[in-house]
Design a protein around this ligand. Structure first.
Ligand SMILES: Cc1ncc(COP(=O)(O)O)c(C=O)c1O
Length: 283
């Protein structure tokens, strides 16, 4: 298997990572996961824009330009002969020895880049049948807008849901839904889509951005407003969105059906528009 390691495409076995890499020791780094359809990266620019914004927020200087990274990732996609799949890449602040909390000067430490691609087809059964979920307190840090390598809060929330036999966690902070364990969260009340506004409490999803644009283009009603936890029982539909799964309905929360307990009409509508856009964008 070929992978990206700094500015090279190499065999996975050739990669040498250091135990004093700050990504490994502090979770000090960023990542992105980009969908691939027919060998093309979908919304690469939006992913790169978010990476640049996050890098600024954590005072990390990216060791590549947009074009350099894009070129390497396409080389990787061709080397692995991926048609439909996902690209994962991460940038850590680099190897810093001896271990020290203080952020080193960029001139002293070189960021470490790794990436890989994997084949992944559209998860049609999950997109049709949906997932069950449970409500979990959002106990993550207060910079959820940063796509940080430190995902322990997300991992623990998903694990808490799975331990109880549910497929995902719907996170609640201070009485309001924020997002799901690895996706943005959407509600439908009547004829209106609701999702948490961008800010420090949720990741500004690339899929969310695209869905909002599709909703606007199609004259659908949107409210970028946090939904109070106590309104859960009156939601007509709930769904989650991320780059890899696209749009997935949540059909049951804590054992209670959402709406009719199956994918709802407004979820299906926007799911279809999203899928159509992935085809038309790529011709
Ligand atoms: C916590 C969280 N929110 C939202 C998303 C959705 O982001 P995107 O649509 O850019 O994949 C993700 C994706 O990994 C995530 O981990």
């Amino acid at each position: 298997m070929k992978v990206l390691w700094n500015d090279q495409i190499v065999a996975r076995e050739a990669v040498k990572l250091d135990i004093e890499d700050r990504g490994y020791q502090f979770g000090d780094g960023l990542y992105e996961a980009v969908r691939v359809y027919k060998g093309d990266m979908f919304m690469f620019d939006e992913h790169f824009d978010r990476l640049e914004r996050c890098a600024k927020k954590i005072r990390l200087t990216l060791p590549f330009t947009r074009i350099e990274l894009q070129t390497q990732l396409y080389r990787l996609i061709s080397a692995e002969q991926i048609s439909n799949g996902a690209v994962y890449f991460q940038v850590t602040r680099g190897i810093d020895s001896p271990r020290d909390h203080r952020i080193p000067d960029f001139s002293a430490v070189k960021p470490v880049v790794t990436g890989n691609v994997s084949a992944y087809e559209r998860p049609q059964a999950m997109q049709q049948d949906g997932l069950s979920a449970t409500v979990i307190p959002d106990e993550r840090w207060l910079h959820c807008d940063i796509k940080s390598l430190s995902l322990l809060g997300n991992v623990l929330s998903l694990d808490a849901a799975m331990q109880k036999g549910y497929g995902d966690a719907l996170l609640v902070r201070d009485g309001y839904f924020t997002e799901a364990s690895a996706s943005n969260l959407w509600f439908v009340f009547g004829d209106t889509y609701y999702t948490h506004p961008d800010g420090n409490l949720v990741l500004p999803g690339v899929t969310k951005l695209h869905l909002l644009n599709l909703m606007r283009q199609n004259g659908l009603k949107i409210k970028e407003e946090a939904v109070p936890a106590e309104k859960l029982a009156t939601a007509d539909e709930i769904f989650i969105s991320n780059s890899i799964w696209e749009v997935v309905p949540i059909v049951n929360v804590d054992g209670n059906p959402v709406g009719a307990g199956k994918i709802g009409p407004l979820t299906k509508l926007i799911q279809d528009k999203y899928i159509a856009s992935t085809k038309s964008k790529l011709g």
